[in-house]
Design a protein. Sequence first.
Length: 453
Amino acid sequence: MLRACTTACVVSVMGLAPATAAAGDGIRPRTIVIWPDDVPCSVTVDRATDPIAHLPYGIPAEDPPAGETITEDEVADGRRHQFFAFSADIDPRIAMPEWIALADVMAAADKGLVDAATVGPDDVLDTHAVLAASSLRIDADDARRPITFATAEAGVDWDTTGLATGAWIVRAYTWDPWPNRWALPHPGVIAVADDADPGSHAPAHAVHAASDVLYRDDVSAIDGCIAAMDGTTVTGEWAFFDDPDSAWVPFAADVPVAGDAFELAFAPPEPLWGGFAVIRVTATDPLERAHVAYVQRRITVLASDRPQDCDPAVDGCETSSDGTPGSSDDVDADASSSPADGSDVTSDGVTPSSSAPGEDEPASTGAGCSCAADHEVDLFVLVALTGFTFAATRRRRRITSRPQQRWNASVTSMDGDRGRVGGGRRSAGRVGQHDGLGRPGAGGRRAAGARRR
């Protein structure tokens, strides 16, 4: 199966296209790369054996569909995929640039798809203040891949010859202005090495949160996979997602790593209650070589404790058989909550196994009385916080790291003697291209299995 994606991967961008894009193009869904479900968390490319890293991927549909062609209001080489490698993991607070090269901007401007004057340096990968230095094209700009099943089935063969050893992160891009789209990050990390010894390169690791929505009293697992020499330690830190300048605060320091996996416990501190966090983990080996990996999903922390099981009789919410508050019609509570065969059943209909001696019984997910009200309040808070952060992120993206005047001058020079800058329709605002997503969470039950003590 393809990773966490259905038709929604294609249609989800329809609402993001600018109203000023050419008819039939800007409102058309973009087709993004889908990674397989079984991608290993950590892959080592031993160049002494084979320098080629094979990257399988899939697509939800061919684009354009068989028998159709691109339209006149599109760029001639549009509807194609391109793959990139990054020598450093990407902070999920960084918006992925919508453009790869200035030449791409000008090609779209010639079709009236964007006003080049509205595109800043941090909107272009080649001039991005953070990402330009760490990015590497796996495919050249003039060799972007057709979006066909045959091309996707062949996968990507990435030649790592000549690259620096250590950790590399892969991303996939859809060139189809406007808007262009980045796919979800390729799961895990690729360690490029010159032999099979993990000590031959700096640590290479990836991390993933078991759940990206926590109650304030939850303790969540931050899982990691790693290729590193013996004696390596990891340090986990959090920062505010909606403040890119906030300081990093440790929640686990210098934890020894044994083997190729590790787990850290994250208990949301009080400053995060009712807010959002970004989490990073730094791995450092005995030679002081280090690598930083980010949880690619934003962590939402609700401003309430996880609801406990309710006793309807105590809370005064007991209902009768006709659904009205009152007694339970003299039906024994234990009997009514068990099936006819006498086995125990959780609220989702699953019969759990007995707990081992000393272990807590599985917590019920049932919510009655005030618990149900708590869930409604938490949902309201989550929706409100998500909307606030989305708006804040869009405002923050308008800030660029270099003077717009210098950028406009370079755009003008690229436009030559045509007497205009871009000359196209002005876009209605930039589309937030960064998905801020990593590997799908393993589910809230696993993440919240422990409680703060």
